[in-house]
Design a protein around this ligand. Structure first.
Ligand code: BES
Ligand code: ZN
Length: 615
């Protein structure tokens, strides 16, 4: 089968459209309703439709929209990673190219991993409950019975019944600005007309307010912070415009942003028409908005041109990082792009060290049969993927050759899903057709096996420009040497540094031996690092301290990992605290006490990191 992480019979029948009709029940923390699934058969003699589900209760299945025409169904045993297959028997066998419509009545449960239900106390406003979903990679099946494979591209529509005064938003166009009112219910309707994979279905319900910040962009968040959000993300339209110049016209109509409560487990999530972002991006100085450039790049790479399975995830993320950095380069200059690439390599090395250089999951195209893609998540598809594309661009003759190819690639595969083999075949045929045998010879020089199917660091060490890194590396060197030859640090050392240079400086310090406590103390005193609110700087500083088992930092760490649940920060900090002999108990106790704060995906992974469950 083409996707090892789905239980659905996608080789026989594929979904075309989902029509959701759901009521949001905060008192029981569940969604109740039904989905009308429209499918098309691929082969003759199809007897059943198999859908993915995970922790859903199925209340009934019938043909079309007719409850009289009940269909027989069974649920398979629960697979701990992939859920339960819903086998629906068709009334009569279907031949190829036949349209099938099935309604499944269902409800979600407390264990549905896509959903996080927040109590009013877990929101900024403290008055209303809140619900948000996170479906990537394979959690859509716990939100709606579906063929939960990224290779299946669908359109969807939805009718969401929410309690007043809450608002619902989805990864789709809003059909009614103002809700239809019926008693205490508010009905919101949505439609996504561009085909997309199931992992991009997204829903949020809460007390939400929007401010328009661009011709196709509204920023949404809880009311008390929406102004701050609007100021942080004013550059959004510029990013989209550059994306359009680099690739093709923006396809999705709207590009809204939603700033979530602090337990949102990712930096950003590219839900179409409505990117989700973490509030830890709100630095106050727009210094962390590259995440938005990244999510915008997904509008083409991932959302339009989609990986066929999670084994080719790099086609989404590697390409997206590549485009994200092109956008940054166009808007802030080549040194900024190079600096991002340099930081990328460091983060890649960190993750490969963590997984192990021989670990097959560090291949660009890992095998994921029997593997939960959440457990395989790392910087590898992002940064090894970026490095492959960067290398290819250089090797094939630079942007003049590569940028037209990028456009052609998007045009060729828009609305489709593909594998790495198909990607490579198109690259060869494009280069041959456009530039002839010379480029084909160059492509033949590429060590494909090493790039795609060998664990560890990339086979080619791209050299990136060091101009923004130099001062950071130099200062970190001074601190390193100060173990023997003391120097007089001054607040001016960091004065000219941008926030990302401060992060890089700390990264370099982190690469050296653990710092003596006296040096950490003076570093903090002179640079005031413990007071910094910028989440990236705060994170790196705390990592530097934990590496040296500097106990004075523990309360600050506990504060940071319990006030936000972004996995990028939360997991490494928990792991580093746990690794300190004097901190392991604190790490476990803190997690147990705050477990309910975290998103289920984050909680499950931290639990493993802290040996609280068996791996
Ligand atoms: N699509 C990802 C987030 C994701 C990946 C969710 C895999 C679930 C499974 C998103 O586009 C992303 O990559 N976010 C990054 C930020 C980015 C700037 C690298 C993140 O969350 O850190
Ligand atoms: Zn991404």
């Amino acid at each position: 089968m083409s996707d090892p992480n789905t239980l659905a019979n996608i080789d026989q029948v594929v979904t075309e459209h989902l029509a959701l009709d759901l009521k949001v029940d905060f008192s029981k923390q569940r969604l109740v309703g039904n989905v009308l699934v429209t499918l098309k058969t691929l082969v003759d003699n199809v007897n059943e439709v198999i859908l993915d589900t995970n922790h859903l209760v199925i209340n009934g299945v019938y043909e079309g929209e007719n409850p009289e025409k009940a269909l027989k169904y069974t649920l398979s045993e629960q697979d701990p990673k992939f859920g339960r297959a819903l086998h629906i028997s068709l009334a009569s066998p279907a031949s190829a190219n036949q349209k099938i419509q099935i309604t499944v009545c269902y409800e979600t449960t407390k264990d549905s991993g896509a959903l996080q239900w927040l109590e009013p106390s877990q929101t900024v406003g403290k008055k209303h409950p809140y619900l948000f979903t996170q479906c990537q990679p394979i959690h859509a099946r716990s939100l709606v019975p579906c063929q939960d494979s990224p290779g299946i591209k669908i359109t969807y529509s939805a009718r969401i019944d929410t309690p007043a005064p809450l608002r619902a938003l989805m990864s789709a166009l809003r059909l009614n600005e103002e809700p239809e009112v019926s008693g205490d219910s508010r009905i919101y309707r949505f439609e996504q007309k561009t085909t997309m994979p199931s992992y991009l279905i997204a829903l949020v319900v809460g007390e939400l307010e929007g401010i328009e910040i661009g011709p196709r962009t509204t920023v949404w968040s809880e009311p008390s912070m929406v102004k701050k959000c609007a100021e942080e993300f004013v550059d959004t339209e510029d990013f989209i415009t550059v994306g359009e110049q680099l690739l093709t016209p923006y396809e999705w109509g709207r590009y809204d942003l939603l700033v979530l409560p602090s337990s949102f487990p990712y930096g950003g999530m590219e839900n179409p028409c409505l990117t989700f972002v973490t509030p830890t991006l709100l630095a106050g100085d727009r210094s962390l908005v590259d995440v938005v450039a990244h999510e915008i790049a997904h509008s083409w790479m991932g959302n339009l041109v989609t990986t066929k399975s999670w084994e080719n995830f790099w086609l989404n993320e590697g390409w997206t990082v590549f485009i994200e950095r092109k956008i940054v380069g166009r808007l802030r200059g080549e040194p900024a792009r190079q600096f991002g690439a340099l930081q990328g390599v460091i983060s890649l090395r960190g993750d490969i060290d963590f997984f192990g250089h021989e670990n097959p999951l560090t291949c660009l195209c890992p095998r994921l049969r029997g593997v939960d893609p959440d457990d395989a998540f790392s910087r590898v598809p992002y940064e090894k993927g970026f490095n492959l594309l960067y290398y290819l661009e250089q090797h094939l003759g630079g942007p003049e050759v590569f940028e037209p190819y990028m456009k052609a690639y998007v045009r060729e595969f828009a609305g489709k899903a593909l594998t790495t083999d198909e990607w490579k075949t198109f690259l060869y045929s494009y280069m041959e057709k456009t530039h002839g045998q010379e480029k084909v010879d160059l492509l033949d020089q590429v060590d494909w096996k090493a790039w795609l199917h060998t664990p560890g660091m990339p086979p080619v060490d791209n050299s990136f420009d060091q101009s923004l890194a130099h001062a950071c590396t130099h200062l970190a060197g001074k601190w390193d040497k100060s173990r023997e030859t003391p120097f007089e640090p001054s607040p001016n050392d960091l004065k000219e540094f941008s926030p990302s240079q401060k992060v890089f400086f700390l990264e370099k310090v982190l690469e050296t031996q653990p710092m003596p406590h006296a040096l950490l103390e003076s570093m903090d005193k002179v640079y005031q690092l413990s007071e910094v609110q910028n989440s990236e700087i705060r994170f790196k500083w705390q990592m530097v301290c934990l590496k040296a088992e500097y106990q004075q930092i523990y309360p600050k760490v506990v504060q940071f990992i319990t006030e936000q649940g972004r996995m990028k920060f939360t997991r490494p900090l928990y792991r580093a605290l746990y690794k300190c002999p004097s901190g392991s108990q604190l790490a476990q106790e803190t997690f147990i006490k705050h477990k309910n704060f975290y998103h289920p995906i984050c909680a499950r992974l931290v639990e493993k990191d802290l040996d609280l469950v068996k791996k």
